[in-house]
Design a binder for this molecule. Sequence first.
Ligand code: FAD
Ligand code: UDP
Length: 377
Amino acid sequence: MSEDTNYQLLIVGAGPVGCVMAERAATILGWKVLIVEKRNHIAGNCYDMHHESGVLIHRYGPHYFRTNKEELLQYLSEFTDWIPGDYFVKVSTRGELFPFPINLLTLRQFFNRPEMTAEEAAQLLEEKREKIENPANSEEFVLSRVGRELYEAFYLGYTQKQWAIHPRDLAASVAGRIPIRLNTDERYVDHKHQVTPAKGFTEMFKRMTDHPNIDIMLETDYTAIKDKIKPQFATVYAGAIDEYFGCCYGKLPWRSLDFEFKEVAQELVQPCVQVNYPNEHDYTRTVEIKHVTKQQHPHTVISYEYPKAEGDPYYPIPRPVNKELYEKYKALAEVETQKNHIYFCGRLAEYTYYNTDEVIERALATFNTIKNRYVHQ
Ligand code: FAD
Ligand code: UDP
């Protein structure tokens, strides 16, 4: 087969990075773009779909969209309307359900002090917390904020189940994702904008890529086409970086999940979208996404998440030894970018625990880099 050079840009992966990159190149530069995606759908891990019951589910875990950036929200608003993101989580521990992240309501319930004020809570945590100046890992991070009792009730078991390593072996930034508050704000995250696409993520990315200059080949692995399709300018690669290089330095460790979906003939089952189980069950959390999508349907679907080592790469595992290995791949990637015009962008390609808003920012930044290199005004 002769080489196909009809495209200016080739993109590997139709996740958030691939869709944003394609839209920008097609709209701003007028480039012809091809996205190859090995799965049978677009939207990457943000993919949502209708379960056989008709209930909209998040196929690869709950996606709570949030950002502090006005501009990012404005850009995405070209492709979707929004509904408010009601992201509320509870933790089941010691036989009770507690609001999580830890906040004043959690502390009142946990220490059985219903009248406790914010000042008293601050005093209490000051007594309980361990005085660690610069927490070097997730255990130290939590101990330095709330002390051992809360750490053991809320964090230790969940973290071990999720990552299969001890919190002291994980970067502080992992537990540091979760705020700790002394007010009664029970929202899961702090971000200024917490919204969800009114018709879902897949629909948003579908509208983004619905452009005459964008072609998408589903169920196509990059390795199957890379010798046949030669883009005129560049390739953006959003797959796992170690796979790109044939795992030549060894496999980067990834964390994966099994999802089990159960339909229930009831409007709603849980008190909120997510319940975490640090100390019971093999699953980490149950998710009832209807609380977020607000879909009207007589039935509901609950998903159960079982962490595992093998399978689709969902989470990089942030710890120093993995960062070292990643840095070796990154050095190869930099040469590949300069010599062969391959750009590595996204959660898998940068081995970084990015949220969706963050990878979209990465995609927009990489788009600018590409524009500056190949487009001469
Ligand atoms: P991905 O979404 O992973 O897309 C990469 C795509 O590339 C995939 O579709 C893959 O099939 C394809 N691909 C890989 N290799 C190849 C190849 N060789 N050939 C062809 N195609 C290939 N973010 C939030 O903001 N809020 C949340 O609440 C949230 N929750 C999450 C929960 C879970 C369980 C997970 C796993 C992630 C969550 N995220 C959340 C993060 C979010 O999913 C990612 O930030 C985002 O999807 C990353 O986009 P991406 O384009 O970099 O990669
Ligand atoms: N975490 C925990 N207990 C919880 C929830 C989270 O210990 O009830 C820790 C755990 O290490 C987890 C990390 O905080 O991996 C980040 O949680 P988040 O909910 O942000 O994870 P994600 O949604 O990305 O899986």
